[in-house]
Design a protein around this ligand. Structure first.
Ligand SMILES: NC(=O)c1ccc[n+]([C@@H]2O[C@H](COP(=O)([O-])OP(=O)(O)OC[C@H]3O[C@@H](n4cnc5c(N)ncnc54)[C@H](OP(=O)(O)O)[C@@H]3O)[C@@H](O)[C@H]2O)c1
Length: 251
């Protein structure tokens, strides 16, 4: 990869994490641990803080999680993005990411957007033979001829979109050493070399040693479509995996 043309993200920085789901929380907690100033974005902070029930994936209410992680700031998506120096992580669910990010185009302008969202469409009318916690297997939309990463980049031409993290549970993305001693592969794809280097530096600070640059953002298609194989591997491993496994490109 090219030499960094930005301040390494391993130096303390203001970083935004858009989203309050389990994946976003994994990144926010790790970034806090690494000494960064972390700004988490949500649609409406008051509504988010008022929740008292776990979310559909069983994550505890956000207020409880924030109390366990003093120092993390919760604000709107736009305020969080505005507070970031130059790196924003997108953890807004895939079906709503383009519209939610387009609404905050101003604060995102010129910044790197590391996107791990999957464009899952949950449609209970579409049956699928695979068992899932939500009963049916979601489909991907877009798929094959486009990707969510590319949609976001087209909607936000002044933002540097990097697709990454998406091929694993985020708990292992921020702690790769938990699987196979860290001997597995993480991918990056994007059309901006400096932004890809920035995300690569972030991954290295998480502990990744095998980071494969797939090339342009069009490669986000394969990364997103891998979601189905990721699910299938998880089902194949059963309860033992808990979703925590990695993939290794052997060469
Ligand atoms: N969790 C993982 O380990 C993992 C791994 C790989 C890929 N992914 C993908 O990454 C994405 C994020 O996953 P996640 O688990 O971190 O969180 P998630 O539970 O999928 O999404 C939660 C976030 O989406 C926002 N959201 C929901 N509906 C919205 C709407 N109508 N408009 C705007 N925002 C909306 C929520 O906003 P509020 O904060 O306001 O509720 C919340 O911040 C998903 O596409 C997921 O499939 C996740």
């Amino acid at each position: 990869m090219n030499s960094p043309t930005h301040a390494p993200t391993t130096a303390p920085a203001k970083i935004a994490v858009l989203g309050t789901g389990g994946g976003a929380r994994a990144h926010a907690a790790k970034l806090l641990e690494l000494g960064h100033e972390v700004h988490v974005g949500t649609r409406d902070p008051q509504t988010t803080l008022a929740r008292t029930e776990p979310d559909m994936m069983g994550n505890p209410p956000c207020a409880q999680w924030l109390a366990d992680h003093p120092g993390i700031t919760l604000s709107t998506f736009g305020e969080a993005a505005d507070a970031a120096d130059d790196l924003v992580i997108n953890g807004i669910d895939g079906r709503n990411a383009v519209s939610a990010l387009t609404a905050i185009a101003g604060p995102l302008t010129g910044k790197t957007l590391a996107d791990y969202a999957v464009p899952f469409r949950y449609d209970p009318q579409i049956e699928h033979p695979w068992p899932t916690p939500w009963g049916v297997m979601p489909t991907l939309d877009p798929c094959d001829s486009d990707s969510l990463g590319e949609q976001i980049q087209r909607a936000l031409p002044d933002v540097k979109v990097v697709k990454s993290f998406v091929t694993q549970e985020q708990a292992t993305v921020v702690n790769p050493g938990a699987i196979g001693g860290g001997d597995h592969t993480m991918f990056v794809a994007g059309d901006h070399a400096d932004a890809k280097q920035q995300v690569t530096d972030l991954l290295a600070s998480y502990g990744w040693t095998d980071i494969l640059d797939l090339g342009p953002l069009v490669c986000a298609r394969g990364m997103e479509m891998y979601a189905h194989l990721h699910s299938a591997i998880g089902f194949g491993l059963g309860q033992r995996s808990g979703g925590h496994f990695g993939i290794k490109v052997v060469r």
